[in-house]
Design a protein around this ligand. Structure first.
Ligand code: AGP
Length: 617
C-alpha cells in the first residue's frame, strides 16, 4: 500500500515528512515524492521512481524549505513506477498537488469531463488535481472544492491535497483506505498509519469513510462530504514503533492474513468495462495487453507455470479455465517446464503466475514460451515487475505489498484473479456472456465478507494449533478444489513451523500414503459440501480407523457427518461458487500454520533458509 505523511506548521516539515516516509517503507513501495509550499507563489514538487534514497538524493541537490508539505511512497496500481507516475500529481498550472492511496475506479470517465486537459501520467490519481483546480479556479474555497470533487469519485481513496493559493492548509479525505490526522503543539499532521507520527504525538484521530479534514497550524476540522461537522475516531497509540509498522499485529504474516478481505475486494474491483460490442453487455478486461485481444479467442491450449504457493493457485486456475472457457490446461512446475519439450505454438497460452514477478524459474519458463512464439499472460502482484514488463499481457492482483516470506494474501488474490481469468477466456471464446459474468461477479463480491467471518475463528484455530503443535507429521488430503488447498496447507505448515507435512489427493490414499498413518498422525481433510463430500467422509473414516487424529475443514451443511467422524472441525461459510471455495478454505490453514509456528517459537516472517523472492535458479 502507499504511504502518506503530511504536516503543516513546522519549519522542519521536510525532515518530518522524509522521516515519516522512512517509517512507512516496510509497507513496500516503488516510487516516492514530496510537495512543499516553499514560497507563496509556487509549490515545489520533487518525485522519483525507485526507493526513498533516490528522492533524498534529488532533494539534496535542491534546497527546499517550507512549513507545509506532503510526502508519498507509491505502490503502483495504475502505471509503472516511473518518475512521472510517482506522486504528488499537480494540475497543469501547478496550483494543486495531490497524493493518493487507493484505486479511483471511474478515473477515465472523470478524465472525459476534461476534454481539453493533458495528463502527464498514467495514474488514476492525476485527474483529481485537475478537477480540484477547476473548482478553485471557479472561485470555490479549497475545502468546498475538495468536497465537490470527492462526491464524484468511485472507488477507494486516502487523499491529501495542497493549494498554492491557500497557504498553511492541507485538505485530506478517505474512503476504505486508512488515513489518520493529529494536532499537537501548533502543528497538524496526517498519515496513512501511526508509525509515521508516533515520534510527534500519540493522540490521533482515524478518519471514517467519506470524512474530510482541514488541517492548519491552528487545528483540524472534520466534516462529511456535505460540509456537516463530524468526529473522527480519536484514540491514544500505545504501540512502540515495531508494533506500529505491523499495525498492532505480532507479525507481518498475521497482518497480511487479516488484510485478505480488502486485498480480495481490491482484486475483484473494477474489472468490468461498459461494452462496445453489439450486445452492449459489460466485458472483462486485462490490466495490460500488448497483443491483439482477439488472440485470446483463438487459444486452444493453456499451460500455467509457477513455483511454490503460486503453483497451487495455478491448480485452481486450471479448474476455472476448463470450467468456463472449455480449454485444456496443464499446470507445470516452472523449474521443470523448459527442460521438457512442451508443445507450444501461437494458439497455446502460457500463464506465468508470480507474486513478485521476479522468480527466476518462472521468468525462465515465460521466456521459453515467448521464444516459442506462445503468448504469455503474467498474473503478478508487483506492478512493473520484470515478468509484467516482458509478458504479452498482464493481470494484476491488488494484494498490496506482501512482506512475510510465507505467502498468504497474494495466494488468495491469485485464486480470485484466476476466477476472473477463467471468465475472461470464456468471454473471449464466446462461451459466456456479459450478463452471466456480471451475475458471477456479483456473487463473488460476497467473498470479502465471508473471509472476515472465517477470520473471526482465529482464536479457535489457535487453540487447535496449540493442541497439534507437537505433531511431527501431518498429512493434508483433498479432492477437486480441495486438493490445491491441501497442497498449500502442507507448504504453509512446513515452511514456517519446520514440521514435516505433505499433501495427497484423497483418492490416492489406498495406493500407498495410507501406510504412513499410525497412532498420533494428524490428517487435515478438506471436506466441503459438494460432489466429493461423501468420498472425503470415507477417507476420514479410514484414517481414523488406523489411529489418526482428524482435523476436518467443512462447510455449512456438511458438519453433521464430519462431527461424527473427525476429532476437530473448522466450519466455513458456503462459498457463492464452488470454484471460490478454495479462497475460504485457505484461511484456516494459514492461521493453523501461523499459530503452530508461534507456539513452537519459530521465526514467522523470515523462516530459516527461505527468501521472499527466489531470484536464483
Ligand atoms: C510461499 O509461501 C513461498 N513464499 C514460496 O513458495 C513462493 O510462493 C514462491 O517462491 C513463488 O514466489 P512468486 O509468487 O513471487 O513467484
Amino acid at each position: 500500500m502507499c504511504g502518506i505523511v503530511g504536516v503543516t506548521g513546522r519549519d522542519d516539515a521536510l525532515d518530518v515528512i522524509l522521516t515519516g516516509l522512512q517509517r512507512l517503507e516496510y509497507r513496500g513501495y516503488d516510487s516516492a515524492g514530496v510537495v512543499m509550499d516553499e514560497s507563496s507563489d509556487r509549490l515545489r514538487v520533487v518525485k522519483r521512481g525507485g526507493k526513498l534514497a533516490n528522492l533524498t538524493a534529488a532533494l539534496s541537490d535542491e534546497s527546499i524549505s517550507g512549513s507545509v508539505g506532503i510526502g508519498h511512497t507509491r505502490w503502483a496500481t495504475h502505471g509503472a513506477p516511473t518518475d512521472s507516475n510517482a506522486h504528488p500529481h499537480t494540475d497543469p498550472t501547478g496550483r494543486i498537488a495531490v497524493v493518493h492511496n487507493g484505486i479511483i475506479e471511474n478515473y477515465e470517465e472523470l478524465q472525459a469531463t476534461l476534454p481539453d486537459a493533458t495528463f502527464s501520467s498514467e495514474t488514476d490519481t492525476e485527474v483529481v488535481a485537475h478537477l480540484v483546480a477547476r473548482e478553485v479556479e471557479g472561485g470555490a474555497e479549497l475545502p468546498d472544492a475538495v468536497r465537490t470533487v470527492l462526491r464524484s469519485l468511485d472507488g477507494a481513496f486516502a487523499l491529501c491535497i495542497q493549494d498554492r493559493d491557500t497557504p498553511g492548509m492541507i485538505v485530506v479525505a478517505k474512503r476504505e483506505a486508512p488515513l489518520i490526522v493529529a494536532h499537537a503543539d501548533g502543528v497538524s499532521y496526517c498519515a496513512s498509519d501511526v508509525a509515521a507520527l508516533i515520534r510527534h504525538t500519540r493522540d490521533v484521530q482515524a478518519l471514517m469513510d467519506d470524512q474530510v479534514a482541514v488541517l492548519t497550524p491552528d487545528g483540524i476540522t472534520i466534516t462529511d462530504l456535505n460540509g456537516v461537522a463530524v468526529e473522527g475516531h480519536a484514540y491514544h497509540v500505545d504501540w512502540d514503533l515495531d508494533a506500529a509498522e505491523k499495525q498492532g499485529y505480532e507479525h507481518f504474516m498475521l497482518k497480511e492474513i487479516h488484510e485478505q478481505p480488502t486485498a480480495i475486494a481490491d482484486t475483484l474491483r473494477d474489472r468490468l468495462r461498459p461494452a462496445t460490442g453489439p450486445d452492449g453487455s459489460p466485458r472483462l478486461h486485462l490490466d495490460e495487453c500488448r497483443i491483439d485481444e482477439g488472440e485470446f479467442g483463438r487459444i486452444d491450449k493453456v499451460f500455467i507455470v509457477a513455483c511454490g504457493t503460486s503453483l497451487y493457485s495455478a491448480m485452481v486456475g486450471k479448474l476455472a479455465i476448463e470450467h468456463w472457457a472449455g480449454i485444456p490446461v496443464e499446470v507445470e512446475v516452472a523449474s521443470e517446464f523448459r527442460y521438457r519439450d512442451p508443445i507450444l505454438d501461437p494458439h497455446t497460452l502460457v500463464i506465468a503466475v508470480s507474486q513478485s514477478g521476479e522468480t527466476s524459474d518462472t521468468m525462465a519458463a515465460a521466456t521459453h514460451a515467448l521464444d516459442q512464439r506462445a503468448p504469455v499472460l503474467a498474473l503478478v502482484n508487483v506492478v512493473g515487475s520484470t515478468l509484467a514488463r516482458e509478458a504479452d499481457a498482464v493481470f494484476y492482483t491488488h494484494a498490496g505489498p506482501e512482506v512475510a516470506v510465507a505467502s498468504t494474501k497474494a495466494f488468495t488474490t491469485q485464486l480470485a484473479a484466476f476466477l476472473l481469468i477463467g471468465l475472461y477466456l470464456g468471454q473471449q471464446r464466446g462461451r459466456i456472456y456479459g450478463s452471466e459474468i456480471t451475475d458471477i461477479l456479483n456473487r463473488l463480491h460476497h467473498l470479502p465478507g465471508q473471509v472476515e467471518q472465517v477470520l473471526e475463528q482465529d482464536a479457535a484455530i489457535a487453540e487447535l494449533a496449540r493442541k497439534y503443535a507437537s505433531t511431527h507429521y501431518t498429512m493434508f488430503i483433498g479432492r477437486h478444489v480441495g486438493l490445491p488447498i491441501a497442497m498449500e496447507g502442507a507448504l504453509k505448515l512446513k515452511e514456517i513451523s519446520y514440521l514435516h507435512a505433505e499433501a495427497f489427493p484423497a483418492g490416492e490414499m489406498k495406493h500407498g500414503p495410507i501406510a504412513l498413518i499410525e497412532d498420533g498422525s494428524l490428517v487435515v481433510a478438506l471436506a466441503p459440501a459438494g460432489h466429493t463430500f461423501a468420498k472425503m467422509v470415507s477417507n476420514i473414516q479410514e484414517v481414523r480407523a488406523r489411529g489418526a487424529s482428524v482435523l476436518a475443514i467443512g462447510t455449512d451443511g456438511s458438519t453433521a457427518d464430519l462431527k461424527a467422524h473427525a476429532h476437530d472441525l473448522i466450519t466455513l461459510p458456503e462459498a457463492s461458487h464452488e470454484l471460490a471455495s478454495p479462497i475460504l478454505a485457505a484461511i484456516p490453514l494459514q492461521l493453523f500454520a501461523y499459530h503452530v509456528a508461534v507456539t513452537r517459537g519459530e521465526d514467522i516472517d523470515q523462516p530459516r533458509n527461505l527468501a521472499k523472492t527466489v531470484t536464483v535458479e
